[in-house]
Design a protein around this ligand. Structure first.
Ligand code: DAT
Length: 172
């Protein structure tokens, strides 16, 4: 059976992991967190002194995922989207959260002031939405509000319906 690949992107803290895992458990699709994948495989290329974090080796991440993506049925979660091959994804969701809510979530994570401000700016300037629109066909890029639990539920229901329809359309 053919299954679609879905990209969940957006600023850290907008709720990609929460949505991705729940969606995977309800749909049977496989959830992949690129940050975790990179850590497990040490898919890094140097260290960013300014941000105090390792730099993702994008080519190795793509190589690592290629076979699974070709098979289909994968939900990918990452706060970046311009280095994945465009052909991988059938739909792209950019999660969006209001500044004050995002600020509280990131504060809870213990982010330092610089990291907090950088991420809030990232959301204000809709960096990930612009990146997604520059990297994928406009028709497949959608924004989803992710401020409250009701919206999480709505997003899950909406995407589940989309998956169902996609599966019907591509397996008949
Ligand atoms: P991300 O994977 O984008 O970094 P996350 O899934 O870890 O984000 O979520 C960050 C926090 O926000 C976490 O405590 C769960 C909460 N959260 C996520 N989506 C939410 C929603 N729609 N309503 C309320 N809280 C949400």
């Amino acid at each position: 059976m053919k299954l679609p690949n879905i990209l969940l992107t957006g600023t850290p803290g907008v709720g990609k992991t929460t949505l991705g895992k729940e969606l995977a458990s309800r749909s049977g699709l496989k959830y992949i967190n690129v940050g975790d994948l990179a850590q497990e495989g040490q898919l890094y290329d140097g260290y960013d002194e300014e941000y105090g974090c390792p730099i993702l080796d994008e080519d190795r991440v793509v190589d690592e995922l290629e076979d699974q993506m070709r098979e289909g049925g994968v939900i990918v979660d990452y706060h970046g989207c311009d280095f994945f091959p465009e052909r991988w994804f059938h739909i792209v969701f950019v999660l969006r959260t209001d500044n004050s809510i995002l600020y509280k979530r990131l504060e809870t994570r213990g982010y330092n002031e610089k990291k907090l401000q950088d991420n809030i700016q990232c959301e204000i300037f809709q960096v990930l939405y612009e990146e997604a629109r520059a990297s994928y066909r406009e028709e497949i890029v959608h924004q989803l509000p992710s401020n409250e639990p009701e919206q999480l539920e709505d997003n899950i229901n909406q995407i589940s319906k989309w998956i169902e329809q996609w599966v019907k359309d591509h397996n008949s």
